[in-house]
Design a protein around this ligand. Structure first.
Ligand code: GLN
Length: 553
């Protein structure tokens, strides 16, 4: 009976997109979730991606943006990061589904004999599987389901068909938001709604009638999207005018929910949910839109500087820390291969060396860390950033000819004289299969009393997310500690011979020697939330504020 009541209350909000990708479907969907969560409802999310990789873990961040890691170790699309941040939730692998994952599961079932005697087909086998995913373990008031890609994509058709069938079976429980882009033609000085009309027609063709349309554009006060254009879209989509919302570009993603507050979004949601929503956004959103100063510049030294999405969560974590400290921050991507790195860093108030893979750019990162250490520039090393900090310190302070395993090709023999301070985590050297095989997800870390980390976290034991194959080799820890780079966080475990052992998780220089030199093997950026900035980023922000003498303008 109870289950029946829960089922009756289930509400699904589907979000599809048209015209082009990259128009902020994830942000809009997350903003809708924020509205509902801020009105006291429980919300979860599933993102469906039509591409055939099992997950984005094997894709280059330059190809796909950052790989976002969940507590359970799932390697997911960066939109999951938007969802976790906007909704302040912790998602699981259930929330990230790719076509590759679906086909893989079906083919495995076929080999296991689950369909014995039957033909396995797109309809009903694939559609049923997708529909099961839509409703699986639904225990929240609302589930937001984002279908990646754009209408008309061949790969996406099966998802839209599954959605059509699902809607038919869940009458009254489904609300469909469709986003599209309205380009501005500079030569004729007007917005063109035709591509959007076509994307709506495509939806109607596959049997999907949207309940609300979001028109994305570059509309500004000087160059506004006309009411008549909104009405035209309403006409083509069988909707009333208030069901079509114009959403122009915003300066920041956090401006999106603030902007949507002034539109009819809430009215539409109230009509669907069937009650008045008392929306109270977390303070962060109001604080974010206020002028804050002074401005601090944090260098993010990396090899992929063309696509800031590759480091999205690091940048968002830094912004959250800045808002909490009431200042403005500019995270500048600095190419690790630049010859004038020192000069670039001399204009900065802090340095982050983020996670990364492959040997290119490593020497530049080491140079940047050397600069930060010697010039007392606040520094936060993340994953690869910790590994490079260890190499830098070993080489330049301890006089050890230090290397990371990643500096050599896969089958290259490493000369004995070269010390591999960073090498495989025990067991990782045997793993050849790629995809989901690194040390992934949440692991505990015990913090050293009286360390910077313990005072920032205000805890003895913490949980952080991971994504790595390599580790600091414990036999070198003492050499580093003698000169001042100490291990202040450890993952403790029993090794193969049932002996107590540990992996290095956090290292730091004493505050007597440096204003802030902290490095972590984990990815703290995935745990930062707008309203709960991560302690290690707050530590960096505070140190930058304290060490800066004359603020940059
Ligand atoms: N490439 C390094 C490793 O595998 C660091 C990984 C990372 O920065 N996420 O250990």
């Amino acid at each position: 009976m109870l289950e029946l009541i829960n089922r009756c209350m289930a509400k699904y909000i589907f979000v599809t997109g048209g015209v082009v990708s990259g128009i902020g479907k994830g942000i809009t969907a997350a903003s809708i979730g924020l509205f509902l969560k801020s009105a006291g409802m429980t919300v979860d999310v599933i993102k469906f991606d039509p591409y055939l990789n099992i997950d984005p873990g094997t894709m280059s961040p330059f190809e796909h943006g950052e790989v976002y890691v969940l507590n359970d170790g799932s390697e997911t699309d960066l939109d999951l990061g938007h969802y976790e941040r906007f909704l302040d939730v912790e998602l699981s692998s259930l929330s990230s589904v790719n076509a590759g994952k679906i086909y893989n599961a079906i083919l495995e079932r076929e080999r296991a004999g689950d369909y014995l005697g039957k033909t396995v087909q797109l309809i009903p086998n694939v559609t049923n599987h997708i529909k099961d995913c839509f409703a699986k373990d639904m225990d929240k008031d609302v589930r937001i389901i984002e279908i990646g890609g754009s209408t008309g994509d061949m790969e996406g058709e099966i998802f839209l068909e599954s959605f059509r069938q699902f809607r038919r079976q869940h009458d009254g429980e489904v609300f469909h938001v469709h986003l599209g882009y309205v380009p501005f033609l500079a030569c004729s000085g007007e917005y063109k709604t035709k591509p959007m009309q076509v994307s709506i027609r495509e939806l109607l063709r596959v049997g999907l009638q949207p309940d609300m349309i979001v028109m994305r554009s570059e509309s500004t006060e000087e160059r506004p999207l006309q009411k008549s254009q909104i009405e035209k879209i309403a006409l083509f989509s069988n909707l009333k005018t208030h069901q079509v919302i114009s959403l122009p570009d915003q300066n920041s993603i956090y401006g999106v929910p603030m902007y949507l507050r002034q539109t009819d979004l809430q009215l539409n949601l109230e009509e669907f949910i069937g009650k008045k929503l008392n929306v109270e956004f977390p303070d962060f959103y109001t604080n974010f839109s206020k002028e804050r100063e002074p401005l601090y510049k944090i260098a993010l030294v990396t090899k992929y500087t063309q696509l800031s999405d590759s480091y999205l969560s690091v940048i968002e974590a830094m912004k959250a820390a800045a808002v909490a400290e009431g200042v403005e921050v500019d995270v500048e991507l600095v190419d690790s291969d630049r010859d004038d790195l020192d000069q670039a860093l001399s204009k900065m108030d802090g340095l982050i060396v983020p996670g990364g893979f492959g040997k290119r750019g490593m020497e530049g990162k080491i140079k940047a860390i050397k600069y930060a250490r010697e010039n007392k520039l606040p520094f936060l090393g993340i994953c690869l950033g910790l590994q490079m900090a260890v190499i830098e310190f070993a080489r330049n302070v301890c006089g050890v000819d230090a290397y990371s395993r990643e500096m050599f090709d896969e089958n290259e023999m490493v000369d004995e004289s070269k010390k591999l301070l960073i090498d495989f985590i025990p067991g990782q050297q045997y793993i050849k299969r790629k995809g989901g095989t690194m040390r992934l997800g949440e692991y505990a870390c015990e913090l050293e009393k009286d360390s910077i980390a313990a005072s920032l976290y205000e805890a003895k034991s913490i949980l952080e997310r991971h994504r790595h194959r390599l580790e600091v080799q414990n036999q070198y820890v003492e050499i580093l500690a003698q000169k001042g780079l100490k291990v202040t966080g450890k993952f403790e475990y029993k090794n193969e011979s049932n002996q107590s052992d540990y992996l290095v998780e956090i290292m730091e220089l004493s505050p007597k020697d440096h204003p802030y030199f902290v490095a972590t093997q984990a990815h703290p950026e995935f745990k930062s939330r707008p309203n709960r900035p991560h302690p290690l980023f707050v530590g960096l922000m505070k140190a930058s504020i304290q060490t800066k003498k004359s603020p940059a303008t």
